[in-house]
Design a protein around this ligand. Structure first.
Ligand code: GLN
Length: 480
């Protein structure tokens, strides 16, 4: 039984109350967070109040599987009256006046929020090291990065400082940290989950999704947050009812695109090959294919994401939100100084790059060309999914790298997104789940991708592997 199922039945069977469970999680956070730096804001008073309210719901026979379960949100998801800072100096002290739709959905089901978790500043990065609060650490091996940008959620879930968490994924930020920390990460189809209240990075790419300790839990959380929202015009309604996870893969057509394996660490390639063989032995059909446009995905992603970021981050001017420079002469000087002092180096780099690719004279050469290649990649994926149900690929070309990469070797950091960004460019659903360990004991992540709104196919295929391969995600307490 998955962790959420187990805890939910313990709560309903009166073996434990949500207040007691929440206190256990609070004491774990007090013990482990000083080492791991996963939480940047702790909301224990609210959590205890929410837990008592959840206990009442349970007593009255109300609520859902998530009622009374302690969880966390990435620090870019708006929470009414609670700090939401994107781990940036420029949003220090900012408390939204409204809840993100995902959080209001969970709150109304009696979810217990333990706090907000660490991330790369404005979700820009793959290590969580660009956070103004310093990086979270990987519970599997604290000399390694958690991945990013939802590194705090992945660290908290892996160390059992939250039963589950919500992250955001613009180019891999749910799947890659889940892979680096040995957890399950699920990025739904673009539009399946409302983005209202998610602080925007690249609006045509951003999507909210869960990080959990099993595929079944990811499906439970996904079902609780998905659906059309009038506050997000890009959201759409998805099929009603619970996501049922298939028990077998007979006849499932699995595509394996050679480009996803270019330059991949051989240990990762071997682990994914072994997983593909397991599917094949279980009755799936494997189709080897090529998607040439995948080779252009990384530059296309960085042009589009930075272009959108340069526009989205225009609103941080010292007037409307958070930080304002102290000494200035006149409004223009105030805006310039606020932005110069408030944004970190990586964010400034991307705003400048994004402004450049949108500027007249360069628009056609970069932004327009990237949009054309984007259409090409979308069309190529559509063709692939006429033939295949899912694609299997690595979640990242490397396992968790040593801390300090984002400063010392930033090329490496950008390259680590090569397997995840194509999915965002085309708005597809994809999960990442553990499929073994490398020689250093670091988790290897496998990615399962499908066509738009085939989220269920992704979760079903992932769930099958998890059961068949006997993957059990243990929490990492012993190593800390
Ligand atoms: N690593 C990618 C980037 O830096 C993806 C980040 C994300 O998905 N938020 O843009």
């Amino acid at each position: 039984m998955s962790k959420i199922m187990q805890l939910s039945s313990a709560l309903r069977g009166k073996k434990i109350s949500s207040a007691e469970l929440t206190k256990e999680y609070i004491s774990r956070i007090e013990r482990l967070n000083p080492k791991l730096n996963a939480y940047v804001c702790q909301t224990f008073d609210e959590a205890l109040k929410n837990a008592e309210a959840a206990d009442k719901m349970i007593k009255n026979g109300e609520g859902t599987l998530l009622t009374g379960i302690p969880m966390t949100l990435k620090d870019n998801i708006a929470t009414d009256g609670l700090p939401t800072t994107c781990c940036s100096k420029i949003l220090q002290g900012f408390k939204p006046y409204y809840d993100a739709t995902v959080w209001s959905k969970l709150k109304s089901q009696g979810a217990v929020l333990l706090g907000k978790t660490n991330m790369d500043e404005f979700a820009m990065g793959s290590t969580s090291e660009t956070s103004v609060y310093g990086a979270p650490l990987n519970p599997v091996n604290t000399t390694r990065v958690t991945g990013g940008s939802s590194g705090g959620v992945a660290s908290a879930v892996k160390a059992d400082m939250a039963v589950y968490g919500l992250g955001s994924d613009t180019g891999g930020s749910i799947r890659q940290p889940a892979a680096f920390c040995g957890a399950v990460g699920f990025k739904p189809t673009y539009g399946a989950v409302s983005r209202y209240g998610l602080i925007a990075y690249g609006s045509s790419l951003d999507q909210i999704g869960p990080i959990t300790t099993s595929v079944e839990d990811a499906a439970i959380v996904y079902d609780a947050i998905r659906g059309k929202d009038t506050k997000d015009q890009t959201s759409v309604s998805t099929e009603d009812g619970k996501t049922e996870l298939a028990k077998d893969v007979k006849g499932l057509k699995i595509g394996v695109a050679e480009e996803f394996f270019d330059g991949i660490n051989p240990e990762i390639k071997n682990a994914i090959d072994a997983a593909i063989s397991l599917y094949e032995r279980s009755g799936a059909e494997v189709i080897r294919l090529s998607v040439p446009a995948l080779k252009s995905a990384l530059p296309v992603y960085y042009i589009i994401a930075c272009a959108e970021a340069s526009s989205n981050l225009g609103r941080y001017d010292g007037i409307r939100y958070g930080y304002r420079a102290k000494d200035y002469s006149g409004i223009d000087d105030m805006v310039v100084k606020t932005r110069t002092e408030g944004f970190g180096k990586e964010v400034k780099k991307r705003i400048m790059l994004g402004t450049y690719v949108l500027s007249s004279g360069y628009f056609d050469a970069y932004y327009k060309k990237a949009c054309l290649i984007r259409s090409r990649l979308i069309a190529d994926f559509e063709n692939v999914f006429k033939e295949c149900d899912v694609l299997i690929a690595p979640a990242a070309p490397e396992t968790a790298f040593p801390s300090g990469y984002s400063g010392g070797n930033s090329i490496q950091m950008y390259l680590s997104d090569v397997c995840t960004v194509p999915v965002n460019i085309a708005g597809l659903p994809a999960a990442s789940l553990p499929c073994g360990k490398d020689k250093n004991g670091l988790p290897i992540g496998m990615q399962i991708i499908s066509g738009r709104f085939c989220d269920k196919k992704v979760l079903s295929a992932a769930c099958f592997y998890e059961h068949e391969a006997g993957i059990v995600i243990e929490n990492q307490e012993d190593l800390l």
